[in-house]
Design a protein around this ligand. Sequence first.
Ligand code: NAD
Length: 438
Amino acid sequence: MNKIAIIGTGYVGLVTGAGMAEFGNKVICADIDQTKIENINSGTIPIYEPGLEEVINRNMKNNRLSFSSNIKESILNSDVIVIAVGTPLGESGQADMSFVFSVAETISKNINDYKIIVTKSTVPIGSGRHIVDLINRNLNNLKLFDYVSNPEFLREGSALKDFLWPDRVIIGTNSEKAYKIMRNVYRPLYINKNPIVHTSIETAEMIKYASNSFLALKISYINEIANLCESVGADVHKVANAMGQDGRISDKFLHPGPGFGGSCFPKDLEALLSISHNYNMKMETVESAIMANKKQKKRMVEKLVRLFPGGDIKKKTIAVLGLAFKANTDDVRESPSISMIDNILRMGGFVNAYDPIANNEMSKIIRNVNYFDNLYDAVNSVDAVVIMTEWNEFRSLDLKKIKSIMRGDIFLDTRNIISMDELSSLSFIYDNVGRIKK
Ligand code: NAD
């Protein structure tokens, strides 16, 4: 049984730990945040991910999964060390590698015998070499480890499923021994098919940035098509649907909306640009995807303002439904709803906010709005309703009830999940993204 330590128990670390334990490995998830570890050990899972709690509980019971804030001991007791700490946006667009380097430093001081050191954090191309050099320096070049880049592709909201049934697992390493051990870590995955792709370290690092940037590009592209649909009188739903039926294009990431957010796309695109600048290259498609995304977020605010007579939202109360950057997560990092709320407040409006699970996370960032635990309380007496996240709960809204308890009649659906027929028949003044209005 492989003994694995995951250093950093955030979204990725926690899901990776639970998933690797589910694959039959013995896993310790370690984090410097003692409160987080104490909470998990007493049954409070820090993030919302469908199915995660059950897998964690089952594997803790089977003694395959444990949690510790003792990083040193976790390293000493494991054969495979996985680095899963954050790589946030640095000051000038590059990834901030300080957390990763600090973990590498700790590992180098606590290696007792041969280990595989794996980076799961998204790190700039070339970082693997730096991590290896840093550890080697502290080890006086004793050959005590092999290095693997094993980037993660999970999507928040379906993270566990993505980890347990991945499209592919990238194992970037120059060591045959490390490759064999990593294949063994993911053993249950290649019973029926073989999703494992063996590459060099740099290629693995590049695959992660290339994939994320391409998906973000696809979102910005369909958003721009949606915006043009509005001008030319075409329906983006039908356009995206027909495009998606073309196997060369695929229907994934072709949903127009308020712009992409989350902890990955915005920072990873900036980081890729920053890497290209280091090599005196210009990535114009990536630059444009970032720019189009910023404009899309702004465009949603402009849409809302235009729905009000005279474009005046001063002293108006707006219910913002959905705070998470996407459905099925409580993550609000870079969520388009942040820009929506900030702009409403800046223009003198008031906000009633509601999210099925992300109220708490958003209240750490934005304080001066009213948070509600119930959707219908949030829309009571408001002048306008804005849908910002595609939660299932919002797809089946009782619009008649909403209309009867609102003060106004304005409705902005930035996710295109509400029936336009129903909005029209109830005489809402409404807008959405790229659809022909009834
Ligand atoms: P996160 O901020 O949720 O978690 C990071 C954790 O690392 C925190 O719990 C923090 O306390 C801990 N930590 C920081 N320094 C530490 C140290 N020295 N020792 C031990 N623990 C330490 O981050 P995340 O969203 O899980 O992202 C982690 C990495 O995975 C990033 O590089 C990210 O780009 C990448 N990634 C994220 C996702 C995603 O959907 N969130 C998907 C794929 C890849």
